[in-house]
Design a binder for this molecule. Sequence first.
Ligand code: F6R
Length: 235
Amino acid sequence: MRVIETQDYYHMSRTAANIISAQIIIKPNSVIGLATGSTPIGTYEQLIRWYEKGDLDFSNVTTINLDEYKGIAPDNEQSYRYFMNKHLFDRINIDKKNTYVPDGLEMDSDKACSDYNRIIRESGGVDLQLLGLGNNGHIGFNEPGEAFEKETHCVKLTESTVKANSRFFDTIDEVPKEAYTMGIKAIMQAKKIVVVVSGEGKAEIAKKAFFGPVTPKVPASVLQLHNDVTVIMCK
Ligand code: F6R
């Protein structure tokens, strides 16, 4: 595991975008795993700038997002599909058919999850996975628990996650309480992993996740067992 400390959010984002763009330049039909949340927004902004300059071509790229709220439509402004369209897909030359987010409208959890496992399998596997780090150590929506959940699953979000996500909703009651998330196995099978972590508030959990014992109580700690992880941090 490499840990890169950058001077600020701008440089953290640029470093992450550099690694992703190198991946796409070397392999134009890369499968890139993507995350939502506040932290990767700057990375997406930087990728868009390079695309606009003509330095990056997304036309052959496939993306697979980590997660989506259950029971929320793609055109709902709080859905992760909406987030990805707004912050990246609508602003680059990616073919939307090649962008995957779990189907939040599929209320049959088993079907939603097995469909997504099939999509991941048929993509041939993720070349590079971008991750953020949750306040409680979650990656995707793999919440702290007794065991690492391997496959895509439907998760009941913890109180702390619902609270953290309520900043995007008018009231906390509107925050969905369940989500579909890619499991730890698919994340760990990515050939390369880049984690972006920003802010003093994440320092303690980052220390536990990247330097503490590997335990499902801190899901991100499993990344210590992967052989190509780059953590990019800023205060
Ligand atoms: C969302 C996701 C989450 C976030 C995490 C950090 O797709 O995968 O695990 O990465 O909750 O979110 P921010 O960046 O908002 O602190």
